[in-house]
Design a protein around this ligand. Structure first.
Ligand code: GLP
Length: 242
């Protein structure tokens, strides 16, 4: 695991954008795995800026998003579909047919999860997976649990995540109780992974991610088993690293 500690959120986002853009420059038909959340907003703004300046071209890129709330349709303002179009896809030249997000509303959700997993394989697998991390160490929506899904699946959200994510909803009652997420195995199959974290509230999760035992009590700790992970932090998120 490589750990890069940047001065602040802006520098963290710029460093991540350079890595994503570098991947696309080296391999224009790259397959990106993408994450939602406040952490990745700065990265997406940087990428939009690079695209507008003609520094990077997404015409041949394929994307797969990590997760989606179960039961929120693409038009719901808190759905991850909506987030991705608002904050990235509407502003760059990625082709609509190459954008993939898990469905939160499929009639047969298990079949949709299996089909999503197959599509990733058919696309050749993920070249570069971007991750954020939850305060409880979740990646995607792989929550701390005695067992974790290997492949894309429907999962229950923990009470902690429901509370943390309620800041985006009008009330905690509105937060979905379940989500569809790539599994730990799906994530670990990516050829290269970058994980971003900023803020003091992520410091404990980051400490458990980079050191100590691999445990399903902190799903991000599984990244220690991957051969090519880069963690990009601001100073606050790095506060508990020795
Ligand atoms: C969310 C998402 C994750 C995201 C994480 C951090 O619930 N499921 O994919 O990485 O939690 O979110 P934020 O960046 O808003 O702190």
């Amino acid at each position: 695991m490589r750990v890069l500690i940047e001065k602040d959120y802006t520098e963290m986002s710029k460093k991540a954008a350079l890595m994503v853009a570098g991947q696309v420059l080296l391999q224009p038909a790259t397959v990106l795995g993408l994450a939602t959340g406040s952490t990745t907003l700065g990265l997406y703004q940087e990428l939009i800026g690079m695209y507008r300046r003609g520094e990077v071209d997404f015409a041949n890129v394929t994307t797969f998003n990590l997760d989606e709330y179960y039961s929120l349709g693409p038009d719901h303002p808190q759905s991850y579909h909506y987030f991705m179009y608002e904050n990235l896809f509407n502003h760059i030249n990625v082709k609509a047919e190459r954008i993939h997000l898990p469905s939160g509303t499929a009639a047969d959700i298990k079949a949709a999860c299996a089909a999503y997993e197959r599509k990733i394989t058919e696309a050749g697998g993920i070249d570069l997976q971007v991750l954020g991390v939850g305060v409880n160490g979740h990646i995607g929506f792989n929550e701390p649990n005695p067992s974790l899904p290997v492949y894309t699946d429907l999962v229950d959200l923990t009470e902690e995540t429901i509370q943390v994510n309620s800041r985006f909803f009008r009330s905690v009652e509105e937060v979905p109780r379940q989500a569809v997420t790539m599994g730990i195995g799906t994530i670990l199959k990516a050829r290269r992974i970058i994980l971003l974290a900023n803020g003091r509230h992520k410091a404990e999760a980051i400490r458990k991610t980079v050191s100590g035992m691999v445990t399903s009590a902190c799903p991000s700790s599984f990244l220690q088993t991957h051969p090519d992970v880069t963690i990009i932090l601001d100073q606050e998120a790095a506060a508990l690293l020795g």
